[in-house]
Design a protein around this ligand. Structure first.
Ligand code: NAP
Length: 476
């Protein structure tokens, strides 16, 4: 495995850092690279570079912003296999998922390039107000300025593209701080955009402990917006520290799916097997709670347990691997302990749940869980699905809504009335009919309600968050 050392990327230059940290493959701990572990003054340097470039970024015409994004997209497309491999190596996700993430990142950049060309204001009929007679009004969408983009470990490439793409599309500059365990693809993005012709200072990449340099970034007066994806705990802290600036938060969930009597059970089975265990359950919309109607619950659960038993565990770079490792040993230990706690409280472990390597937990299914168990109530972020049954659809909806989170939910049913009934009542940011909550394509408005967050991503929607509304009134 090739090891590469990256420096800080500030103002279009690679800058030596005071300290560096090692990046490891989560599956076996082997060293895969070295990146800066920045301090506060290095962070301030990155913010200053973004700040100096912000007026140039705001003045760059839309067709040029679009062309740079399009070029970056083409360059990534041409080396998709390398990007997929890089994602797998730093995050530990199976290579088949690394490839999917790289293909999605290409699409995210493409949608961003397209969005750069259609940032529109609106014309307002000012004479609708008696005092507005004789005036003409319209809105502009100027960029916010400097955007701090903070990303998590689980989709290190595509989630960075979801922030950098729309930010550049709308004329902002960016300071990107990736997760400390998965920083390599963020530096690769800096290389990519430099090759695509992005001027110096428009994108700056700085790795370092969030606990150490996070406050300096989010509370800085020259940073105009924070776009954060990560845990609820860190999201709350950022919201507190940021002060008066725009903050969007894409946080966690304990996502659920409902399997109705009128579901296509084969489809539900296939999708739940994928949705509960992709990246070992380390997906913000991973299927964690599965509610099956009483009449089909027994048969469906038996088949689901067997389907989960057939998942292939292995090294992330082997093509056939479906489940590999969690990001850290401590996370694997936590997942195992939550499972044990549920079993001690009366739940049945139908399959898996053991740690077979330091960072790998066998895909697990729990039956007979209670709503207050951590495997149900909190975000487990591991390869665990808790299956429960229900009598009426409204009871199932109530169970799904009985959560402090609300990111996405799935409903398997062929009955359109039931599907619409559920879509109107589920308290989430997205309802997937005949699919798991885990479904996402990158142009969708994506985000949550309750503790799952604030604001929406998806290039078109992120551009709205990343631009201001400026009202122009002309007295004719
Ligand atoms: P995390 O621990 O919250 O870390 C996320 C990012 O925040 C990392 O870059 C981290 O840096 C940084 N950070 C930590 N402390 C900070 C501070 N005080 N100020 C500023 N930044 C700070 O989350 P994670 O474990 O990487 O990711 C998993 C979580 O992300 C899950 O809860 C998952 O549901 C959520 N997620 C949500 C979405 C969504 O779209 N809704 C998508 C993916 C993931 P360090 O790595 O240096 O600590």
């Amino acid at each position: 495995m090739s090891e590469k050392r990256y420096d800080l990327y500030i103002g279009g230059e690679w800058v030596k850092a005071n300290r560096y940290m090692t990046v490891r493959l989560p599956y076996d701990g082997s060293v895969v690279g070295e990146v800066p572990s920045a301090n506060r003054s290095e962070m301030e340097r990155a913010i200053a570079a973004a700040s100096r470039a912000r007026r140039d970024a705001a003045r760059m015409p839309a067709h040029k912003r679009s062309a740079i994004l399009y070029k970056a997209c083409q360059l990534m497309e041409g080396r998709k296999e390398d990007w997929g491999r890089a994602v797998s190596i730093e995050s530990g996700k199976p290579i088949r998922e690394g490839r999917i993430e790289a293909a999605r990142a290409v699409q995210t950049l493409l949608f961003s390039a397209e969005e750069a060309k259609r940032i529109e204001g609106e014309i307002l009929p000012l004479d609708a107000h008696p005092n507005g007679e004789g005036r003409f009004g319209f809105t502009l969408r100027p960029p916010r300025g400097v955007i701090a983009a903070i990303t998590p470990f689980n989709f290190p490439l595509n989630l960075a593209c979801h922030k950098v793409g729309p930010a550049l599309a709308s004329g902002n500059t960016v300071v990107l701080k990736p997760a400390s365990v998965t920083p390599i693809t963020a530096y690769m993005l800096a290389e990519l955009f430099s090759e695509a012709g992005l001027p110096p200072g428009f994108l700056n990449v700085i790795s370092g402990g969030g606990g150490e340099i996070g406050d300096a970034l989010v509370s800085h007066p020259d940073v105009h917006m924070v776009t954060f994806t990560g845990s609820v705990e860190v999201g709350k802290r950022i919201h507190d520290k940021a002060g008066i600036k725009m903050v969007t938060l894409e946080l966690g969930s304990n996502s659920a799916a409902i399997v109705d009597t009128e579901a296509d059970l084969d489809l539900a089975l296939e999708r739940c097997r994928a949705g509960g265990y992709a990246h070992s359950g380390q997906v913000c919309i991973s299927l964690q709670r599965l509610y099956a109607q009483n009449e089909v619950a027994r048969d469906f659960t038996d088949r689901f347990v067997e389907a989960v038993r057939s998942l292939r565990i292995g090294h992330p770079l082997e093509d056939q691997t479906e489940v590999s490792s969690l990001i850290r040993e401590a996370d694997a230990q936590r997942v195992e302990s939550w499972i044990q706690e549920a079993v001690a409280g009366g739940a049945t472990l139908a399959v898996g749940g053991r740690r077979c390597r330091a960072t790998t937990v066998e895909p697990a299914v729990l039956l007979g869980t209670k709503p207050d168990m951590r495997v149900v109530r909190d975000e487990i972020f591991g390869p665990v699905v808790a299956v429960d049954d229900y009598q009426t659809l409204d009871q199932a909806i109530e169970k799904v809504n009985d959560s402090r989170y609300g990111l996405q939910a799935g409903v398997f049913t062929r009955n359109l009335s039931k599907a619409l009934h559920a879509a109107q009542r589920l308290e989430v940011g997205g309802v997937m009919i005949n699919d798991v909550p885990t479904f996402r394509v990158d142009q969708m408005p994506y985000g949550g309600v309750k503790e799952s967050g604030l604001g929406r991503e998806g290039p078109k929607y992120a551009v709205q968050e990343m631009t201001d509304i400026r009202m122009v009134v002309i007295r004719a």
